[in-house]
Design a protein around this ligand. Structure first.
Ligand SMILES: Nc1nc2c(c(=O)[nH]1)N=C([C@H](O)[C@H](O)COP(=O)(O)OP(=O)(O)OP(=O)(O)O)CN2
Ligand code: ZN
Length: 133
């Protein structure tokens, strides 16, 4: 069997990495126990897609993605989300949190070589929302 490897001429690479934060929230207009104050250990899974590799052989370092995501998560960590903009005026559902992370990440991160292709927010081990632009 040959061990030869040639760089693919097409295709794309999707990187996946995640950060976490702990925060409380309550859902306005929700008919159920989630209308009451409660908390989650939120997991934010970020996907970045690119077609080209740098000289090291990476689309972008996972550490770079996580550093940016941690900056965003820091504002929300150990907070009551309903008091932190934009969630003081936008219901802090997993949908809005996923879209918020995508918007904040993409603004400082997307380049010609790669972009944030999805953000998934896990509220617990069972339930998650994925936002794709
Ligand atoms: N589409 C969405 N549905 C729900 C959201 C949400 O953000 N988007 N959020 C909640 C609550 O925040 C709730 O804390 C999480 O709900 P769930 O996964 O159902 O977790 P529970 O442990 O509360 O589930 P039980 O069935 O009560 O055990 C609700 N829905
Ligand atoms: Zn909740």
């Amino acid at each position: 069997m040959s061990t030869a490897y040639s760089l693919p001429s097409g295709g794309s690479y999707t990187l996946t990495t995640e950060v976490e934060f702990a925060a409380a929230h309550r859902l306005h207009g929700y008919d159920g126990n989630c209308a009451r104050l409660h908390g989650h250990n939120w997991r934010v899974v970020i996907e970045v897609t690119g077609q080209t590799l740098d000289e090291v052989g990476m689309v972008v370092d996972f550490k770079v993605i996580r550093a940016q995501a941690r900056e965003i998560a820091k504002r929300l960590d150990h907070a009551y989300l309903n008091e932190v903009p934009p969630f003081d005026s936008v219901n802090p559902t997993a949908e809005h949190i996923a879209a918020y992370f995508h918007q904040a990440l993409a603004a400082g991160f997307d380049t010609d070589a790669y972009r944030v292709s999805a953000v998934t927010v896990w509220e617990n081990d069972r339930s998650a929302v994925t936002f794709r632009p």
